[in-house]
Write a new protein. Structure first.
Lengths: 175, 149, 633
């Protein structure tokens, strides 16, 4: 058998392994990204989701101070893991607004009692209308909104402790 | 006619080579028109998808957009990604996880009038996210680990 | 305690596999005879089997202090599904994989008599090397015996779609096939090391390949039927990446089987046979990797984190790379066998190899193409039935033509006289095709051609028996006839059901009568029903087509743990087809019903079974012959 032909299968193997390694390092992105980045937040007025905490409206997002808008629910399990991270961000002085989707006051109250309440306000979005208007498609998701009410960043999934600096920087830039 | 051993070996090697080449060429021919690209509603509205081509369209099922037609088996709804919307029509039994506000992928083709004619609907498994680094394990299990840390 | 015993056994077995590797390849070891390495191989296999038995025990007793049991089982599950849960997850199925690998090595060590000593030792060493890598993966990245402290209150249940008798048999059967091919791989490596690729090697390898191939055939056939009745879509093959992962080793093994026949009979096609033996098990390993790494998304895939995927990829790259390197370096030393003419059985089998390899190639490319495209361009796409049917179909037809011709040819040189017997089958096939072409208006050229070829192959597969004394014909000839007849059966089933299936999709009120094909079906009622861990809404349908009335009860089922909805189809099997019924959602006062009449669809799986039985007959036939001659051939 001629020389190079005998080694050809090995070259093919190398190519295939390279492709697999690429894929393992970059898992398929099945998330739906918001097209609202750079645009003003949609208009909304949401009632209070939990007694004792005020509801949220879009006007309050344009008060000059950059904020985090956090979509969550009491039935959202990764949100439990994320709670310490939000607490940390709150301690750093960040303003965090919450929007609870498809939830009930009793369960939400229990969730906040057990895992902490880092939110200044929590709006109730029982049919995900506001969530969809933001271009969000799941929970947990966090948006960085600047002082004029323009969406600057979308973070899909729970914020990991290692991502706190990046989020902090994004909020700084949004001033 | 009996081929000499040396020639026969050459012929066999050539056939092996032909096999591989044939496979590659055949595959390339097959893949040209039969691979289904994935588009979002924004892509479709921007005209990136050709009508009559078999494609996949992914997005969120817009709240309030699901209408069942009188025959009971055809359903119309709108897939959106926040920026654009595409009307979809599907005749069949929708998967159990198909719900308004949930993610879905429709397989089918675009009609000239802009409606997406779906032949198959894949509903998204879970609307809760797991970061890819944490793998695909069920949300409950993984979160228990996170809290323990 | 049980779990710890199992884990200890695994560690011991891993150490033994290292010893096996050393004994197989260390210089000077080859001189000491095969006694020591045989003993090591046997012990290693036995220990691994013991470890697997421990895992079975832990699942059967629902020991919730073992993490794997807590994640995958539930005390309310019937015993069958508790046991099946052992391999219904990544770690357990990986242990099953390693167990079959070990036991195959044991069997090779015990039963191989005919093979040249040094090749045999090297082969056992290779088998040990394979086991070692997978043991390391198992022990360090996929420990099935990990404890959960404190123990869980209750298990988290198996995915209800997998709660099915089919699951109990599908993975073990497939693994016996996949991993059984490891012996062929090891034998090929051994033969390359010693340079002895000859008829003895072929005869030693053949029973292993046959055995593995039979299980793969059964596993794929059973898996197809399981998907058909369980997923509720009425389809029997989806070209899903995981299905392809089981098909690719089968294609390679089929080519290998036929190539081994040439090597055994005529001492020809040495390099091809060795290469095919390596490719077959490589495809098994690729399949294992694809299913577990998250690289390709599929309904079947186990969910595993990418780190394990990288580990498996490295193992795979190492084993396949080493084998290919060995081949590149040593194949030059293989002399070519005796010559043969253009019209001969050897040529037909070369053609067989060619076509099967092309099919393997296009399936492989189609399965990996989305990955490559996304890596290079970022575009996402999917490759499905339209591609696979278009490229595989025509080659499969060419292969069928070869199946009619090959068995009628002599080795080395054939005059072509016996080919005249093919005239009648060919005319029958042509007639069948033309009838369909004219009589069935809708599209489906491939299916019509398929039916034509199948009709020709039915009598053609019997032709090798023509003119022989039937009682003195070897069992292996009958085996070949049956297997080829099975191919015709399966293709006939595929073609007819694809061309003549009728479907009705309708929302009906209870009391209404719906038609599908020749059937008249009355939707009588819909009622709640319940099972051990599910509740359901069950529809009662009465179906008739002029004869008696049959009852069908499809369900929409809701499982509690984890909460899932599934459809349970109700299927009526008759002599000439199946009535397949599914109930969907409620629409006001009506219910969605989806009904299919699929003529002759059961021929598909019946054909698969015939192919597997043909393989079994060949195995028995050779063992019988060998036993009578006093040695295993």
């Amino acid at each position: 058998m001629s020389g190079w032909l005998r080694f050809a299968p090995i070259f093919l193997l190398v190519l295939i392994v390279a492709a697999m390694l690429w894929r393992l390092a970059n898992p398929p992105d099945t998330t739906v990204h918001s097209q609202m980045i750079g645009k003003a937040v949609p208009q909304f007025v949401l009632a209070a989701a939990v007694p004792g905490v005020a509801g949220l409206s879009s006007a309050q997002l344009a008060d000059g101070k950059p904020k985090l808008v956090h979509f969550f629910a009491s039935w959202c399990v990764p949100c439990i893991g994320e709670a310490p991270v939000l607490d940390q961000l709150k301690k750093q002085g960040m303003a965090i607004e919450g929007i609870a989707i498809r939830d009930r006051p009793e369960e939400l109250a229990q969730f906040l009692a057990r895992y902490g309440n880092p939110f200044d306000r929590i709006g109730s979005d029982p049919e995900s209308k506001t969530q969809l208007a933001f271009g969000s498609s799941g929970v947990p998701e966090t948006f960085v909104v600047d002082g004029r009410g323009v969406i600057r960043l979308q973070h899909i999934g729970a914020i990991q402790p290692g991502e706190i600096p990046a989020i902090t920087a994004a909020v700084e830039q949004a001033r | 006619m009996i081929a000499k051993p040396k020639h026969q070996r050459l012929v066999l090697v050539a056939i092996a080579f032909v096999a591989v080449l044939a496979a590659v060429l055949l595959a390339m021919w097959g893949l040209r028109d039969r691979a289904a690209y994935f588009y979002t509603p924004a892509d479709v509205v921007a005209g990136k998808a050709q009508p009559d081509q078999s494609i996949r369209l992914g997005g969120m099922v817009e709240r309030g957009s699901v209408h069942r037609l009188a025959d009971g088996v055809t359903v119309r709804f709108v897939l959106t990604d926040g920026a654009a919307k595409v009307p979809v029509v599907f005749r069949g039994i929708v998967p159990d996880l198909f719900r308004e506000g949930s993610g879905a992928i429709a397989e089918g083709s675009l009609e000239p009038d802009g409606t997406f004619d779906a032949t198959n609907i894949l509903a998204k498994h879970d609307e809760r996210y797991m970061p890819p680094q944490m793998g695909n394990q069920a949300a409950e299990h993984q979160t228990a680990k996170t809290v323990d840390r | 305690m049980i779990a710890e015993t199992g884990l200890a056994a695994l560690w011991l077995a891993a150490a033994l596999s290292l010893l096996q590797l050393v004994l197989g390849f260390a210089p000077g070891m080859l001189k000491s005879g095969s006694g020591p390495i045989r003993a090591v191989a046997v012990l290693q296999g036995v220990l691994t089997l013991f470890a697997f038995a421990m895992l079975l025990l832990v699942f059967a007793t629902t020991d919730l202090s073992v993490s794997l049991v807590a994640e995958n089982s539930h005390s309310a599950k019937p015993l069958l599904y508790k046991v099946a849960a052992t391999w219904g997850n990544h770690e357990g199925s990986m242990l099953l994989w390693v167990t079959v690998l070990g036991v195959s090595g044991t069997a090779l060590a015990i039963f191989s008599r005919r093979l040249e000593e040094r090749t045999f030792i090297a082969a056992l060493g290779a088998q040990g090397a394979l086991a070692l890598g997978f043991f390391i993966f198992l022990l360090f990245a996929s420990n099935p015996f990990a404890r959960l402290n404190p123990p869980a209150f209750e298990g988290r249940g198996l995915n209800p779609i997998l709660q099915d008798p089919g699951l109990a048999f599908h993975p073990p059967t497939l693994y016996l096939g996949y991993v059984g091919l490891s012996v062929a791989f090891s034998l090929a490596v051994g033969a390359l090391v010693t340079g002895k690729v000859d008829r003895d090697l072929a005869r030693a390898m053949r029973p292993w390949v046959l055995g593995a191939w039979i299980f793969l055939t059964l596993g794929i056939t059973a898996g197809s039927y399981w998907a058909y009745y369980d997923l509720g879509w009425g389809g029997w093959w989806f070209w899903d990446p995981v299905e392809n992962a089981s098909l690719m080793p089968w294609l390679a093994a089929t080519a290998l089987l036929h190539s081994l026949n040439v090597l055994a009979a005529r001492d020809s096609l040495r390099a091809w046979t060795i290469m095919l033996a390596m490719i077959a098990f490589s495809m098994s390993m690729v399949g294992t990797f694809l299913v577990r790494s998250g690289v390709l998304t599929s309904v079947h895939a186990f969910a595993v984190d990418p780190k394990r995927g990288v580990f498996l990829l490295i193992l795979l790259a190492f084993y396949v790379g080493a084998a290919l390197l060995l081949f590149a370096l040593r194949s030059g030393k293989l002399t070519e066998g005796p010559e043969f003419e253009l019209l001969s059985r050897e040529t037909a089998l070369v053609g067989n190899n060619l076509f099967l390899t092309v099919i393997l190639g296009v399936v492989f490319i189609g399965t990996l193409y989305p990955l490559f495209v996304e890596a290079l361009t970022g575009a996402k796409l999917s490759v499905g039935a339209p591609y696979f049917n278009a490229v595989v179909g025509p080659i499969a037809l060419a292969l069928m033509a070869l199946i009619t011709i090959g068995p009628l040819l002599n080795w080395r040189r054939d005059s072509g006289d016996r080919l005249k017997r093919l005239i009648i089958p060919a005319l029958l096939g042509l007639a069948a095709f033309l009838i369909l072409l004219i009589g069935v208006p809708q599209q489906g050229l491939l299916a019509k051609l398929g039916f034509g070829f199948a009709v020709a192959l039915f009598p053609a597969s019997l032709l090798p028996l023509l003119g022989r004394k039937l009682r003195r014909t070897p069992l292996t000839t009958y085996a070949m006839v049956l297997a080829h007849f099975g191919v015709a059966t399966a293709v006939a089933g595929m073609s007819i059901s694809s061309l003549t299936t009728s479907e009705t999709l309708i929302a009906a009120k209870p009391g209404e009568i719906v038609a599908v094909g020749p059937w008249s079906i009355r939707f009588d009622s819909i009622r709640p029903a319940a099972g051990p861990n599910w509740t359901a809404l069950e529809a009662t349908l009465y179906a008739t087509r002029g004869g008696g009335i049959e009852t069908l009860k499809p369900q929409a089922r809701f499982y509690t743990d984890p909460p899932t909805e599934t459809t349970q189809s109700a299927i009526l099997t008759t002599l000439n087809g199946q009535l397949y019924t599914v109930v969907g959602q409620q629409v006001g006062d009506r219910w969605q019903l989806r009904l299919w009449w699929k003529p002759m669809v059961t021929l598909i799986w019946f054909g698969g079974a015939l192919i597997a039985i043909g393989g079994a007959l060949a195995l028995i036939g050779r063992a019988w012959r060998g036993w009578r001659k006093g040695s295993v051939r």
